[in-house]
Design a protein around this ligand. Structure first.
Ligand code: FE2
Ligand code: FE2
Length: 383
Protein backbone atom coordinates (compact mmCIF):
# COMPACT_ATOMS: atom_id res chain seq x y z
CA UNK A 1 0.00 0.00 0.00
CA UNK A 2 1.97 2.97 -1.29
CA UNK A 3 1.00 6.10 0.62
CA UNK A 4 0.36 9.37 -1.15
CA UNK A 5 2.35 11.38 1.42
CA UNK A 6 3.80 14.36 -0.43
CA UNK A 7 7.19 14.02 1.28
CA UNK A 8 9.22 10.80 1.20
CA UNK A 9 10.67 10.17 4.66
CA UNK A 10 13.51 7.76 5.34
CA UNK A 11 16.09 6.87 7.96
CA UNK A 12 19.47 8.57 7.65
CA UNK A 13 22.60 6.72 6.52
CA UNK A 14 23.40 6.24 10.19
CA UNK A 15 20.00 4.58 10.73
CA UNK A 16 18.42 7.36 12.80
CA UNK A 17 15.18 9.30 12.46
CA UNK A 18 14.21 12.05 14.91
CA UNK A 19 10.68 13.42 15.34
CA UNK A 20 9.75 16.42 17.45
CA UNK A 21 6.21 16.55 18.85
CA UNK A 22 5.21 20.15 19.55
CA UNK A 23 2.42 20.55 22.09
CA UNK A 24 -0.41 23.09 21.99
CA UNK A 25 0.84 26.34 20.51
CA UNK A 26 -2.43 28.31 20.67
CA UNK A 27 -0.79 30.91 18.44
CA UNK A 28 -2.57 34.28 18.39
CA UNK A 29 -2.97 36.89 15.68
CA UNK A 30 -0.96 39.58 17.42
CA UNK A 31 2.81 39.28 17.78
CA UNK A 32 3.82 39.94 21.37
CA UNK A 33 6.27 38.76 24.03
CA UNK A 34 4.44 35.42 24.39
CA UNK A 35 4.80 34.74 20.67
CA UNK A 36 8.44 35.73 20.89
CA UNK A 37 9.10 33.25 23.74
CA UNK A 38 7.38 30.40 21.87
CA UNK A 39 9.35 31.14 18.71
CA UNK A 40 12.60 31.17 20.71
CA UNK A 41 11.69 27.66 21.94
CA UNK A 42 10.82 26.41 18.44
CA UNK A 43 13.88 27.98 16.84
CA UNK A 44 16.19 26.49 19.46
CA UNK A 45 14.49 23.09 19.02
CA UNK A 46 15.07 23.18 15.27
CA UNK A 47 18.61 24.52 15.59
CA UNK A 48 19.95 22.25 18.33
CA UNK A 49 17.81 19.11 18.15
CA UNK A 50 18.01 18.66 14.34
CA UNK A 51 14.67 16.88 13.81
CA UNK A 52 13.95 14.95 10.60
CA UNK A 53 10.31 16.01 10.93
CA UNK A 54 7.96 17.72 13.40
CA UNK A 55 4.33 17.12 14.35
CA UNK A 56 2.25 19.96 15.78
CA UNK A 57 -0.05 18.33 18.32
CA UNK A 58 -3.17 20.48 17.84
CA UNK A 59 -4.78 23.65 19.26
CA UNK A 60 -2.69 25.37 16.65
CA UNK A 61 -3.78 28.88 15.70
CA UNK A 62 -6.52 31.34 16.53
CA UNK A 63 -9.38 31.88 14.11
CA UNK A 64 -10.56 35.03 15.84
CA UNK A 65 -9.48 38.62 15.59
CA UNK A 66 -10.03 39.58 19.22
CA UNK A 67 -9.13 43.26 18.66
CA UNK A 68 -11.88 43.71 16.13
CA UNK A 69 -14.22 41.03 17.58
CA UNK A 70 -14.68 39.17 14.29
CA UNK A 71 -13.51 35.91 12.70
CA UNK A 72 -9.95 36.08 11.39
CA UNK A 73 -9.54 36.33 7.65
CA UNK A 74 -7.76 33.55 5.77
CA UNK A 75 -4.80 35.87 5.30
CA UNK A 76 -4.62 36.48 9.03
CA UNK A 77 -4.76 32.74 9.79
CA UNK A 78 -2.11 32.03 7.17
CA UNK A 79 0.14 34.69 8.73
CA UNK A 80 0.01 32.78 12.05
CA UNK A 81 0.71 29.45 10.31
CA UNK A 82 3.71 30.90 8.51
CA UNK A 83 5.07 32.37 11.75
CA UNK A 84 4.47 29.15 13.70
CA UNK A 85 6.13 26.89 11.15
CA UNK A 86 8.96 29.17 10.03
CA UNK A 87 11.55 27.73 12.48
CA UNK A 88 11.13 24.45 10.54
CA UNK A 89 10.22 25.55 7.01
CA UNK A 90 13.29 27.82 7.01
CA UNK A 91 15.40 24.72 7.69
CA UNK A 92 13.60 22.54 5.18
CA UNK A 93 12.13 20.25 7.86
CA UNK A 94 8.89 18.36 7.01
CA UNK A 95 5.83 19.30 9.08
CA UNK A 96 2.78 17.28 10.10
CA UNK A 97 -0.23 18.32 12.18
CA UNK A 98 -3.10 16.85 14.10
CA UNK A 99 -6.08 19.06 14.84
CA UNK A 100 -7.05 19.86 18.44
CA UNK A 101 -10.41 20.59 20.03
CA UNK A 102 -9.89 24.35 19.73
CA UNK A 103 -9.19 24.01 16.02
CA UNK A 104 -12.72 22.77 15.53
CA UNK A 105 -14.86 24.98 17.71
CA UNK A 106 -16.96 26.17 14.85
CA UNK A 107 -17.85 23.44 12.35
CA UNK A 108 -15.55 21.11 10.47
CA UNK A 109 -15.55 23.26 7.32
CA UNK A 110 -13.36 25.74 9.19
CA UNK A 111 -10.78 23.03 9.82
CA UNK A 112 -10.79 22.32 6.09
CA UNK A 113 -9.96 25.98 5.46
CA UNK A 114 -7.07 25.81 7.96
CA UNK A 115 -5.93 22.50 6.44
CA UNK A 116 -5.86 24.05 2.98
CA UNK A 117 -3.72 26.87 4.35
CA UNK A 118 -1.26 24.38 5.89
CA UNK A 119 -1.09 22.73 2.47
CA UNK A 120 0.59 25.90 1.19
CA UNK A 121 3.48 25.32 3.64
CA UNK A 122 6.59 23.70 2.11
CA UNK A 123 7.11 20.05 3.08
CA UNK A 124 3.68 19.71 4.71
CA UNK A 125 3.22 15.96 5.05
CA UNK A 126 -0.45 15.37 5.86
CA UNK A 127 -2.91 14.00 3.38
CA UNK A 128 -6.62 13.94 4.21
CA UNK A 129 -8.34 10.57 4.08
CA UNK A 130 -11.69 11.29 2.46
CA UNK A 131 -14.90 9.88 3.89
CA UNK A 132 -13.46 9.58 7.40
CA UNK A 133 -14.60 11.78 10.31
CA UNK A 134 -12.21 14.67 10.92
CA UNK A 135 -9.65 16.47 8.80
CA UNK A 136 -6.03 15.54 8.03
CA UNK A 137 -6.31 11.87 9.02
CA UNK A 138 -3.48 9.98 7.34
CA UNK A 139 -0.60 7.59 7.78
CA UNK A 140 3.00 8.55 7.05
CA UNK A 141 5.50 5.79 6.15
CA UNK A 142 9.16 6.02 7.06
CA UNK A 143 11.42 4.00 4.77
CA UNK A 144 14.82 2.45 5.43
CA UNK A 145 17.97 4.44 4.59
CA UNK A 146 17.88 3.25 0.99
CA UNK A 147 14.34 4.62 0.64
CA UNK A 148 12.97 1.29 -0.56
CA UNK A 149 11.42 -0.62 2.34
CA UNK A 150 8.76 0.74 4.69
CA UNK A 151 10.13 0.18 8.19
CA UNK A 152 7.97 2.41 10.37
CA UNK A 153 4.61 4.15 10.25
CA UNK A 154 3.08 7.27 11.80
CA UNK A 155 -0.65 7.72 12.25
CA UNK A 156 -1.91 11.32 12.38
CA UNK A 157 -5.52 11.50 13.54
CA UNK A 158 -8.04 14.27 14.21
CA UNK A 159 -9.44 13.41 17.65
CA UNK A 160 -12.32 15.90 17.48
CA UNK A 161 -13.58 18.58 19.83
CA UNK A 162 -16.50 18.35 22.27
CA UNK A 163 -18.28 15.11 23.23
CA UNK A 164 -20.53 13.92 20.38
CA UNK A 165 -23.50 13.33 22.70
CA UNK A 166 -23.40 16.88 24.08
CA UNK A 167 -22.29 15.69 27.50
CA UNK A 168 -19.73 17.58 29.50
CA UNK A 169 -16.36 16.39 28.22
CA UNK A 170 -14.25 15.84 25.13
CA UNK A 171 -14.90 13.94 21.92
CA UNK A 172 -14.03 10.31 21.41
CA UNK A 173 -12.50 8.97 18.21
CA UNK A 174 -15.43 7.83 16.07
CA UNK A 175 -16.20 4.26 14.98
CA UNK A 176 -15.45 5.04 11.33
CA UNK A 177 -12.01 6.44 12.27
CA UNK A 178 -11.23 3.25 14.19
CA UNK A 179 -12.50 1.23 11.20
CA UNK A 180 -10.26 3.22 8.81
CA UNK A 181 -7.24 2.66 11.08
CA UNK A 182 -7.93 -1.08 11.27
CA UNK A 183 -8.39 -1.75 7.56
CA UNK A 184 -5.49 0.50 6.60
CA UNK A 185 -3.28 -1.28 9.14
CA UNK A 186 -4.34 -4.62 7.64
CA UNK A 187 -3.40 -3.38 4.15
CA UNK A 188 0.02 -2.10 5.33
CA UNK A 189 0.66 -5.41 7.11
CA UNK A 190 -0.26 -7.41 4.01
CA UNK A 191 1.87 -5.29 1.69
CA UNK A 192 4.93 -5.40 3.93
CA UNK A 193 4.75 -9.06 4.83
CA UNK A 194 4.16 -8.40 8.53
CA UNK A 195 3.16 -5.80 11.09
CA UNK A 196 4.95 -2.46 10.64
CA UNK A 197 5.66 -0.80 14.01
CA UNK A 198 3.96 2.56 14.39
CA UNK A 199 3.43 5.58 16.60
CA UNK A 200 0.03 7.26 16.88
CA UNK A 201 -0.23 11.06 17.09
CA UNK A 202 -3.47 12.71 18.21
CA UNK A 203 -4.51 15.67 20.35
CA UNK A 204 -6.89 14.17 22.95
CA UNK A 205 -5.41 11.34 25.05
CA UNK A 206 -6.98 7.91 25.46
CA UNK A 207 -8.83 6.99 28.68
CA UNK A 208 -6.23 4.31 29.46
CA UNK A 209 -3.85 7.04 30.71
CA UNK A 210 -5.71 6.73 34.01
CA UNK A 211 -4.19 3.25 34.36
CA UNK A 212 -0.91 5.08 34.98
CA UNK A 213 -2.44 6.91 37.96
CA UNK A 214 -3.82 5.74 41.26
CA UNK A 215 -6.74 7.13 43.24
CA UNK A 216 -5.90 9.24 46.23
CA UNK A 217 -7.51 11.65 48.69
CA UNK A 218 -8.06 15.37 48.31
CA UNK A 219 -5.40 15.88 50.99
CA UNK A 220 -2.59 14.20 49.04
CA UNK A 221 -0.03 16.95 48.27
CA UNK A 222 0.64 15.53 44.80
CA UNK A 223 -2.92 15.07 43.62
CA UNK A 224 -4.74 16.00 40.42
CA UNK A 225 -8.48 16.10 39.88
CA UNK A 226 -9.90 13.46 37.54
CA UNK A 227 -11.47 14.70 34.31
CA UNK A 228 -14.30 13.52 32.04
CA UNK A 229 -15.14 9.91 32.96
CA UNK A 230 -12.92 10.22 36.02
CA UNK A 231 -14.28 13.46 37.49
CA UNK A 232 -15.22 13.43 41.15
CA UNK A 233 -12.04 11.58 42.20
CA UNK A 234 -8.45 12.61 42.88
CA UNK A 235 -5.39 10.86 41.50
CA UNK A 236 -1.66 10.79 41.94
CA UNK A 237 1.24 9.15 40.10
CA UNK A 238 1.18 5.38 39.81
CA UNK A 239 4.33 3.26 39.84
CA UNK A 240 4.63 3.08 36.03
CA UNK A 241 4.36 6.82 35.41
CA UNK A 242 7.53 8.74 34.54
CA UNK A 243 7.81 12.48 33.94
CA UNK A 244 5.54 15.27 35.05
CA UNK A 245 1.86 14.99 36.04
CA UNK A 246 0.46 18.50 36.40
CA UNK A 247 -3.28 17.95 35.85
CA UNK A 248 -5.85 15.20 35.42
CA UNK A 249 -5.62 13.89 31.83
CA UNK A 250 -8.50 15.46 29.86
CA UNK A 251 -9.64 12.26 28.17
CA UNK A 252 -12.81 11.72 26.09
CA UNK A 253 -16.25 11.59 27.71
CA UNK A 254 -16.53 7.95 26.61
CA UNK A 255 -14.05 5.15 25.99
CA UNK A 256 -14.92 4.14 22.44
CA UNK A 257 -12.40 1.31 22.20
CA UNK A 258 -9.58 3.05 20.33
CA UNK A 259 -6.87 1.69 22.65
CA UNK A 260 -8.40 -1.81 22.44
CA UNK A 261 -8.24 -1.52 18.66
CA UNK A 262 -4.50 -0.68 18.81
CA UNK A 263 -3.93 -3.75 20.98
CA UNK A 264 -5.92 -5.92 18.57
CA UNK A 265 -3.87 -4.83 15.54
CA UNK A 266 -0.53 -4.93 17.37
CA UNK A 267 1.32 -2.26 15.36
CA UNK A 268 1.15 0.70 17.76
CA UNK A 269 4.15 0.81 20.10
CA UNK A 270 3.53 4.34 21.38
CA UNK A 271 0.98 7.14 21.26
CA UNK A 272 1.80 10.84 21.59
CA UNK A 273 -0.81 13.34 22.80
CA UNK A 274 -1.16 17.10 23.37
CA UNK A 275 -4.24 18.78 24.92
CA UNK A 276 -3.07 18.61 28.57
CA UNK A 277 -0.97 21.77 28.75
CA UNK A 278 0.67 20.75 32.01
CA UNK A 279 1.40 17.07 31.52
CA UNK A 280 4.44 15.49 29.96
CA UNK A 281 4.43 12.11 31.66
CA UNK A 282 4.89 8.82 29.89
CA UNK A 283 4.13 5.26 30.90
CA UNK A 284 3.44 1.87 29.40
CA UNK A 285 -0.02 0.30 29.39
CA UNK A 286 -0.28 -3.22 27.94
CA UNK A 287 2.90 -2.75 25.91
CA UNK A 288 2.00 0.66 24.45
CA UNK A 289 3.86 3.74 25.71
CA UNK A 290 1.41 6.61 26.31
CA UNK A 291 3.16 10.01 26.23
CA UNK A 292 1.88 13.51 26.98
CA UNK A 293 3.52 16.64 25.56
CA UNK A 294 3.52 19.95 27.47
CA UNK A 295 2.26 23.00 25.59
CA UNK A 296 4.81 24.91 23.54
CA UNK A 297 2.86 28.18 23.59
CA UNK A 298 2.83 30.84 26.27
CA UNK A 299 -0.57 32.38 25.54
CA UNK A 300 -2.68 29.81 27.40
CA UNK A 301 -2.31 28.40 30.92
CA UNK A 302 0.87 26.49 31.55
CA UNK A 303 2.80 25.38 34.56
CA UNK A 304 5.68 27.58 35.65
CA UNK A 305 8.19 27.43 32.85
CA UNK A 306 7.83 23.90 31.57
CA UNK A 307 6.90 24.65 27.95
CA UNK A 308 8.84 22.31 25.73
CA UNK A 309 8.94 19.78 22.92
CA UNK A 310 8.99 15.98 22.96
CA UNK A 311 11.86 14.24 21.17
CA UNK A 312 11.20 10.81 19.64
CA UNK A 313 14.27 8.97 18.34
CA UNK A 314 13.67 6.00 16.04
CA UNK A 315 16.27 3.40 15.25
CA UNK A 316 16.49 1.57 11.88
CA UNK A 317 18.38 -1.41 13.33
CA UNK A 318 15.52 -2.10 15.74
CA UNK A 319 12.37 -0.16 14.77
CA UNK A 320 10.50 -1.37 17.85
CA UNK A 321 13.02 0.27 20.16
CA UNK A 322 12.88 4.01 20.43
CA UNK A 323 13.73 6.73 22.89
CA UNK A 324 11.55 9.66 23.94
CA UNK A 325 11.97 12.56 26.34
CA UNK A 326 11.02 16.21 26.83
CA UNK A 327 13.30 19.18 26.18
CA UNK A 328 11.99 22.28 27.88
CA UNK A 329 12.30 26.00 27.29
CA UNK A 330 14.31 26.25 30.50
CA UNK A 331 16.80 23.67 29.17
CA UNK A 332 17.67 26.14 26.42
CA UNK A 333 17.27 29.47 28.18
CA UNK A 334 17.11 28.90 31.95
CA UNK A 335 14.65 31.38 33.47
CA UNK A 336 15.28 34.10 30.87
CA UNK A 337 11.76 34.61 29.62
CA UNK A 338 9.99 37.79 28.56
CA UNK A 339 6.37 36.82 29.08
CA UNK A 340 6.37 34.78 32.30
CA UNK A 341 6.44 36.70 35.56
CA UNK A 342 8.43 35.61 38.63
CA UNK A 343 5.08 34.73 40.27
CA UNK A 344 4.26 32.29 37.48
CA UNK A 345 7.69 30.74 37.77
CA UNK A 346 6.67 29.78 41.31
CA UNK A 347 3.21 28.60 40.31
CA UNK A 348 4.12 24.95 39.92
CA UNK A 349 0.99 22.87 40.57
CA UNK A 350 2.69 20.70 43.17
CA UNK A 351 3.68 23.78 45.14
CA UNK A 352 0.11 25.06 45.06
CA UNK A 353 -1.32 21.68 46.13
CA UNK A 354 1.32 21.40 48.83
CA UNK A 355 0.48 24.86 50.19
CA UNK A 356 -3.26 24.10 50.19
CA UNK A 357 -2.69 20.79 51.98
CA UNK A 358 -0.43 22.46 54.54
CA UNK A 359 -3.06 25.16 55.01
CA UNK A 360 -5.85 22.60 55.59
CA UNK A 361 -3.74 20.54 58.00
CA UNK A 362 -2.55 23.73 59.76
CA UNK A 363 -6.13 24.96 60.16
CA UNK A 364 -7.16 21.53 61.52
CA UNK A 365 -4.26 21.57 64.00
CA UNK A 366 -5.11 25.11 65.16
CA UNK A 367 -8.79 24.08 65.47
CA UNK A 368 -7.86 21.01 67.53
CA UNK A 369 -5.53 23.07 69.75
CA UNK A 370 -8.18 25.74 70.32
CA UNK A 371 -10.79 23.03 71.06
CA UNK A 372 -8.50 21.37 73.61
CA UNK A 373 -7.73 24.76 75.20
CA UNK A 374 -11.42 25.64 75.53
CA UNK A 375 -12.15 22.20 76.98
CA UNK A 376 -9.37 22.58 79.58
CA UNK A 377 -10.50 26.12 80.41
CA UNK A 378 -14.07 24.90 80.98
CA UNK A 379 -12.83 22.14 83.28
CA UNK A 380 -10.68 24.64 85.17
CA UNK A 381 -13.57 27.05 85.59
CA UNK A 382 -15.83 24.25 86.87
CA UNK A 383 -13.37 23.46 89.68
FE1 FE2 B 1 -7.02 20.86 23.56
FE1 FE2 C 1 -4.86 23.39 24.24
Amino acid sequence: MRCQTPVHLQFSESGKFRILAIGDSHEKLEFNEKTEDMLRLLNASAEYLHPDMVVFMGDLVSRENLHENRPATEDEIFEQIVRLTKPFTSRNIPIGIVFGNHDGDPPVEDKKVVFALFNRIPKFINTDESGVTGVGNCFVPIYDHTGEKMLFNLWLLDSGSAAQDGSDGYAWVDDDQIGWYEHTCDAITAENGGVVPSIFFQHIPVCEEYELLRKTSILHPCRVRGMSMYSGSYYTRGDKLQGYLGEGPAVPARNNGQFASWKKKGDVIAAIFGHDHMNDFQGEVDGILLCQTQCSGFTMWGDGLKQGVRVIDLNEADPKSFDTYMVRYRDFFGTKCKSITPYNLLSDRWHINFKITLGVLGAAAVGAAVGTGVHKLKKFLKK
